[in-house]
Design a protein around this ligand. Structure first.
Ligand code: ZN
Length: 203
């Protein structure tokens, strides 16, 4: 469960980052999609969101935006928000800070946004404090684990039902790795979240 819902202690390492955002007077959640945009998956997600008239935030990999500008523009044209997810999906912890920040800067040439989400949810503390000067750092309250081969589609849907609470920022992936789990769990999760009375907000 430490993966699906990051513990408080972990959150304290990144002061000022966004994990969960409650809104006075309504039950709110935020759908986010990482690792796109790609032609095989992202349009499918966009059509589904349109069907429910839901807006979401897409944390894009800069190199995908470079390769598929039409898909990227489709995300924007449909009224969604985008965020920076580095250019090559680099892990902060494995990179020296200078290279990590350069990779993020390169992505910013393709993705115009004040939002940043670190790939794999971690980065070195100095990287965090530098990026925080330029970006709202968006982490999450629930990661569905749709990307994991060890999860069944049903289990991914259960993760949403088990861990979502008022203000949750929820992570799905518009990636090939997540395709099977996401395509099963996302529509069911949307239906379930609506039944629970959640409204879908943008970050
Ligand atoms: Zn990612």
């Amino acid at each position: 469960m430490f993966i699906e819902q990051p513990p408080l202690l972990y959150r304290l390492f990144f002061p000022g980052a966004y994990w969960r955002e409650k809104v006075e007077g309504k039950k709110t959640i935020y759908l986010t999609f990482d690792d796109g945009p790609i032609p095989d998956i992202t349009p499918w997600v966009l059509d589904l969101l349109d069907k429910y008239n839901i807006k979401a935030t897409f944390f894009c990999v800069g190199d995908n935006v470079r390769k598929y500008p039409d898909i990227y523009n489709m995300v924007l044209d449909r009224g969604h928000r985008v965020g920076n997810h580095t250019f090559n999906h680099v892990q902060g912890i494995r990179k020296f800070s200078k290279r990590y920040l350069e990779n993020t800067k390169l992505a910013s040439e393709y993705i115009e946004s004040e939002l940043f989400r670190p790939p794999h949810g971690h980065m070195r503390i100095p990287q965090f404090f530098t990026l925080r000067k330029y970006y709202k750092i968006i982490m999450w309250d629930v990661v569905t684990r749709d990307y994991s081969k060890r999860q069944t589609p049903e289990k991914v849907f259960q993760n949403v039902k088990r861990y979502t609470r008022d203000g949750s920022i929820i992570v799905f992936h518009d990636s090939l790795k997540a395709e099977k789990n996401m395509k099963y769990a996302l529509p069911r999760s949307i239906e379930w979240l609506k039944e629970q009375g959640y409204t879908f907000e943008l970050l």
